[in-house]
Design a protein around this ligand. Structure first.
Ligand SMILES: [Zn+2]
Length: 322
C-alpha cells in the first residue's frame, strides 16, 4: 500500500478498530452511542523547562506498514515491532505529537498534525480546547518541515486556523515543496504534502522564513536537522540551565535509535537522512539531551542512551516531576 490518503488508511483498519476509534472520538453517530460513551480523554503532558511550560498534545495516530522502512525488510521490521510489543495489524503506530511552549508572554506551537489527512487524526483542536487554549491566542507556529503530518492543522478546512500566528518554516523546504516540477516528479503519496504546502503559503503569506540556526524568541532557537526533508529543523527550548530539544522526525518508533541506517518511505534523500541520524544519535546520547520527538509514543519525551554500546530510547518522566 503506497497511497497514504485518509481513505486508504480507513480501509486498512479492521472494523473493530474503526468502531473503537469513532467511539473514543466522541463523535460517533446515534443517540445511544452519544449517551453511553464518555467523552474522549484527550492526552496532554506538561513539563517545565526553566521558565517555560511545555505541553505535549496529540492530533492522533496512523499505523505505518512494515514495508515503509527502507534499509530493513518488512519481516525484519515486523519482528522488531513484535519484540517491542509495538506490532499493530496495520504496522507500526506513529502518533502525531505537537508541543505548545508558553512562558506567560507568548504561546508558540511546534507543528500542527495531519488534521484528518492521515490515519485517525484531527484531535488537536480538541486537545487545545481541553487545556483552555484558543487558536487565536497562539502567537507563533513553528513548522519543523512541510510534510502533511506536521502542518495539516494550519490549513485544515481551507481556513487559516491560527489567525494571529506568525509561521516559521525553513526556506529550503518552502523552495522544495512549492516547486511545481518537484510536485510533478513526486510519487502520489507525497502529493498531499505539496498541495498542503501551497495552501499554507497562500493562507499565511507573511511566512517567517528561516535560513539558518538562530534564536527566534528568548530561549527558543532553531536547530538545523536537514536530511528527513531539505529544511527539516528542530527547536531548542532553553532556560535557567534546563533544555529540551524537539527533533521532529529524527527518530521513529521501533527502528530508532538502535540503527541509523533505517529510513522511512517519505524520505527522498535517504543518504542525507541517514547521515544526519548517524551524527545526531551518538551526539544526543553523549549530551544526555532531553528530547521531544513527533512520532515516538506519547508524549514523545525521552533520551537516547547508550546501553552497552547499543543506543536505545529511554522515555522520560513527565508527571510528578516535583
Ligand atoms: Zn512526520
Amino acid at each position: 500500500m503506497t497511497n497514504l490518503s485518509r481513505r486508504a488508511f480507513a480501509l486498512s483498519f479492521p472494523a473493530a478498530s474503526i468502531v473503537a476509534a469513532s467511539a473514543l472520538s466522541g463523535r460517533s453517530g446515534g443517540a445511544q452511542a452519544q449517551t453511553l460513551q464518555p467523552k474522549a480523554v484527550v492526552p496532554a503532558a506538561q513539563i517545565k523547562v526553566g521558565r517555560f511550560t511545555v505541553t505535549a498534545l496529540s492530533d492522533g495516530y496512523a499505523d505505518m506498514p512494515f514495508s515503509y522502512f527502507p534499509g530493513r525488510t518488512p519481516q525484519e521490521v515486523e519482528q522488531a515491532a513484535g519484540a517491542a510489543f509495538a506490532a499493530k495489524p496495520g504496522g507500526i503506530r506513529f502518533v502525531f505529537n505537537q508541543y505548545l511552549v508558553e512562558d506567560g508572554e507568548r504561546r508558540i506551537l511546534i507543528d500542527t498534525g495531519p488534521a484528518g489527512t492521515l490515519g485517525q487524526s484531527g484531535q488537536l483542536p480538541d486537545a487545545l480546547q481541553s487545556i483552555g487554549v484558543r487558536p487565536d491566542s497562539i502567537g507563533a507556529v513553528i513548522v519543523t518541515h512541510m510534510h502533511q503530518d506536521h502542518m495539516g492543522g494550519l490549513v485544515a478546512g481551507g481556513r487559516k486556523n491560527f489567525p494571529d500566528a506568525e509561521v516559521y518554516v525553513d526556506g529550503r523546504d518552502v523552495a522544495y515543496w512549492t516547486d511545481p516540477a518537484k510536485r510533478a516528479a513526486a510519487p502520489d503519496f507525497l502529493k498531499n504534502s505539496f498541495d498542503i504546502s501551497a495552501e499554507m503559503v497562500r493562507l499565511y503569506p507573511k511566512l517567517q522564513v528561516i535560513d539558518g540556526e538562530r534564536q527566534i524568541s528568548r530561549g527558543i532557537s532553531i536547530v538545523d536537522l536537514t536530511g528527513h526533508t531539505p529544511g527539516h529543523i528542530g527547536v531548542r527550548i532553553e532556560d535557567d540551565g534546563q533544555s529540551l530539544l524537539m527533533v521532529s522526525d529524527m527518530l521513529f518508533p521501533v527502528v530508532h535509535p538502535s540503527a541509523a541506517d533505517v529510513g522511512f518511505l517519505f524520505e527522498q534523500d535517504r543518504p542525507a537522512a541517514q547521515a544526519m541520524r548517524a551524527r545526531f544519535f551518538p551526539q544526543a546520547a553523549e549530551a544526555k539531551a532531553l528530547i521531544a520527538a513527533t512520532h515516538m509514543p506519547f508524549p514523545g519525551l525521552g533520551r537516547i542512551v547508550s546501553d552497552g554500546g547499543r543506543l536505545r530510547w529511554l522515555p522520560a518522566e513527565w508527571a510528578h516531576q516535583g
